[in-house]
Design a protein. Structure first.
Length: 482
């Protein structure tokens, strides 16, 4: 335990400015902090007394044993989650923090959780066994067996006189009357019920008379249902050769048998609904199948009728009489087309004959004589309008103008040709090898084959070479290659 406040120091009586004097409020506050932070959550078991429940919803009570007691408070947000209402004299187990009520300096406990002492012990045993069997894999989903879709016989492990068996039989008779039922009677409450439940499950598994087995019991307290939290019952269910459905207690009740069974129903009635199909649903499904089958048959008949009509039509179209009728119609069509073509051909021939007659008339001698006479008259008219003297003058004027234009065009053409020639000569002199030779260079060739020499590696000592100069040529022989 660690002290979080300043440590008071005892001083001799008399004035002392360094003395730390606490007020009552400060002392209670620091004691409260010391208790709340110095102690962890604790579990306390005891008997309830002085239980009070004011309008605020908070609970105030005392926990006591034979030698001592402690005041407790449980606030509304905490006690609203409990599934029972505490009563004076009840033995409970609580979990909470130790604190101090500062206004009165009362030492108290702030309770966060409460459970009945007997039930708490049972729940701890329940959780221990649940963890053990889960670790062994008895709850694994992959080990669960599928229930038969349509069971022929259903076994029930339950009390033959309880309300659970009556509910199950009523549901089975209503939902699926064809299923037979076999009851394995057993006790369902108390320590003596455990071996009888195990024996009934093992008997049903050994005889294998049923397709599915229901282990059921009506609702009750956790003590009433405790026989189904026994390890022997759980292992018998798991070892059964036929699928097992648990229907124990109410929807909020869970037992070890629920976890180890192949399927869990919230109530015995729910177990009966789970193992058999609903007759009404099956009848409705059959009705829908019947309607669907009828619809398919009607559709098939319609399709067959359509195909038959199509075949009849094809047969009718392929009948020799139908083909003869089509050929006769085609013959009439060809006759009409031939008559129309003959008429069109005669019209074309008439038009060509008319055109030929017209051309012949235009080319006849009389027509040509008439045309020439007409042209001759026009010539005579023109001669009359233009006298010989005037024609000579017009000819001289036109001749002089044409001669002047011809001379000018000739001079322009010669000037352009001379300019182009000068330009070509200058360009040729620029790239001409003769201009390079005139600057002191020479062109060297090998005498034996006339090949142009550009480097000394192409010559050997003794080869004859010829050098062309700007003026003349020279011959020499290679005597050395540096």
């Amino acid at each position: 335990m660690v002290w979080s406040g300043p440590m008071p120091i005892s001083l001799p009586p008399g004035p002392n400015p360094d003395r730390n004097v606490y007020t009552v409020s400060r002392l209670n506050r620091e004691v409260r902090l010391l208790l709340e932070h110095g102690l962890p959550l604790v579990w306390v078991e005891g008997e309830l007394s002085n239980f009070a429940q004011p309008s605020s919803g908070h609970w105030y009570f005392s926990l006591k044993d034979r030698d001592a007691q402690i005041r407790c408070a449980m606030f509304r947000q905490r006690n609203s989650t409990l599934r029972f209402t505490p009563k004076a004299g009840q033995h409970v187990i609580v979990r909470g923090r130790v604190s101090l009520y500062e206004p009165r300096g009362d030492y108290q406990m702030l309770v966060e959780h409460m459970e009945e002492a007997g039930v708490g012990a049972l729940m701890r045993e329940f959780e221990r066994l649940k963890a053990k069997l889960a670790a062994e894999g008895l709850f694994a989903p992959e080990t669960k067996r599928a229930l038969p879709r349509i069971p022929r016989r259903i076994g029930i492990v339950t009390s033959p006189t309880g309300a659970a068996v009556r509910d199950i039989l009523h549901i089975l008779a209503r939902r699926f009357p064809p299923a037979a039922v076999l009851i394995y009677p057993t006790a369902v409450q108390g320590a003596a019920a455990i071996p009888t439940i195990v024996e009934a499950i093992e008997l049903a598994s050994a005889r294998a008379e049923c397709d599915v087995l229901i282990v059921a019991r009506g609702g009750g307290s956790i003590e009433d249902l405790w026989a189904f939290n026994d390890e022997r019952v759980a292992r018998a269910i798991r070892a059964s050769k036929i699928p097992v459905v648990s229907g124990i207690g109410h929807e909020i009740d869970f037992t070890i048998a629920d976890f180890v069974a192949d399927a869990r129903a919230p109530t015995p009635s729910g177990a009966a609904e789970l193992v058999v199909p609903d007759r009404q649903a099956w009848l409705l499904a059959l009705k829908r199948r019947e309607e669907g089958l009828g619809s398919c048959m009607r559709r098939g008949l319609r399709d067959a009728t359509t195909r038959l009509d199509s075949l009849r039509l094809r047969l009718k179209l392929a009948h020799p009489g139908a083909r003869l009728s089509q050929q006769a119609q085609r013959l009439d069509d060809l006759e009409q087309r031939l008559t129309h073509a003959l008429r069109a051909s005669l019209q074309d021939d008439r038009r060509r004959l008319s055109d030929a007659i017209a051309r012949l008339l235009r080319c006849s001698p009389a027509h040509r004589v008439h045309e020439q006479s007409k042209r001759l008259g026009e010539v005579f008219a023109r001669l009359i309008r233009h006298s010989p003297d005037r024609l000579v003058r017009d000819y001289q004027v036109r001749h002089g103008a044409l001669q002047s234009r011809l001379q000018h065009a000739a001079r322009e053409s010669l000037a352009r040709a001379g300019h182009r020639l000068d330009m070509a000569q200058r360009t040729l002199n620029t790239v001409s090898p003769l201009a390079t030779l005139a600057r002191g260079f020479s062109i060297v060739t090998r005498v034996s084959d006339g090949a142009l020499v550009t480097d000394n590696s192409s010559l050997s000592v003794g080869d004859e070479i010829e050098a062309r100069l700007a003026q003349g040529r020279l011959r020499a022989k290679v005597t050395d290659k540096p």
